[in-house]
Design a protein around this ligand. Sequence first.
Ligand SMILES: NC(=O)c1ccc[n+]([C@@H]2O[C@H](COP(=O)([O-])OP(=O)(O)OC[C@H]3O[C@@H](n4cnc5c(N)ncnc54)[C@H](OP(=O)(O)O)[C@@H]3O)[C@@H](O)[C@H]2O)c1
Length: 324
Amino acid sequence: MKAIVVRQHGGPDVLDYADVPMPNPAAGQVRVCIKAIGVNRRDAFIRSGIYPRRLPLTPGIEASGVVDAVGADVTGWGEGDRVVYYVPDVLGAYAEYQTVAAHRLVRLPEALSYQDAAAIFDHGLTAHYLTTSTFPLRKGHRVLIHAAAGGVGSLLVQLAKRAGATVMGTVSTPEKSLIINRLGCDHAILYRRVDFVGAVKEYTGGAGVDVVYDSVGIDTIHGSVRCLTPRGTLVLYGQSSGEVTSINPAALADAGSLFFTRPHLAHHIATPEALRSRSADIFSWFLNGEMSVTINRVYSLANAADAHRRLDDRSCFGKILLIP
Ligand SMILES: NC(=O)c1ccc[n+]([C@@H]2O[C@H](COP(=O)([O-])OP(=O)(O)OC[C@H]3O[C@@H](n4cnc5c(N)ncnc54)[C@H](OP(=O)(O)O)[C@@H]3O)[C@@H](O)[C@H]2O)c1
């Protein structure tokens, strides 16, 4: 079969479209014939070596497809089942086929296409746990979302509005501010033109926000602390601008007894029940129109390098998919 192979860390050119052996499902696994692959920022971090991994590797943490072979000891799954899955620890979704542990699979509703499923899965599950478990949002909360037009950010805006919160979002360009306003954001902050801390303080009458969802990291973290109301929560869930290696607990106390957390999706879908229940929510919100996602561009798997060039270009909005 064909798959993308990375033999050395580097730019998009290291993504090689190559022949590799067809995998066979071991006990407890199924083989999925992949129909659509979600391209994520994490894939670029793994490709470039920001998240170092043993090489060679096939990148890819999420895909949708159809079960085409079933290993021993697998119950409940059969050939022809339509599925989606997320495997950040094992990787390997940039391929025509992948073997996946059966407990990682989620069945697709009939109405959900392979492409839409791959477009909403990782980002949708992430926005789900951040707004329901990490900091359960409700009416009246004031929220700041960094990178609000990003993959996760644009879904956070929608789910925060769905919960009844007042939403502020930072973006780099006027085009992105139009996008987040259309998604319901109450106040778009063009952080290249204005200081985002001052903008938050002004919009909230000096009070600050109850929660900051920060995926940018090193460039924003200290400002995020200053945006929070006393006993507010700083949720650092990504590091697009660089890793935050330390937070001074005394600074959290001085800023108003703040809460700080660095959550990860994997720990919020660790059981099949949690995975199924969060998936069911995002599928239904998507299918009934309460949550939307834009598919920015669809590339063939052979052109994964072009997809990564587009991902590295920050003007890109919405999800990029690969099709084997
Ligand atoms: N913890 C978890 O469970 C979890 C799950 C999924 C993703 N993540 C992480 O969340 C972050 C966002 O993921 P995503 O898929 O939503 O990303 P994305 O769609 O690529 O959005 C990233 C946005 O961050 C902003 N940004 C600010 N500084 C940046 C920089 N130096 N380089 C690149 N972008 C920068 C850009 O928006 P502006 O141009 O508007 O500034 C960019 O569009 C990533 O770090 C990802 O690894 C974490």
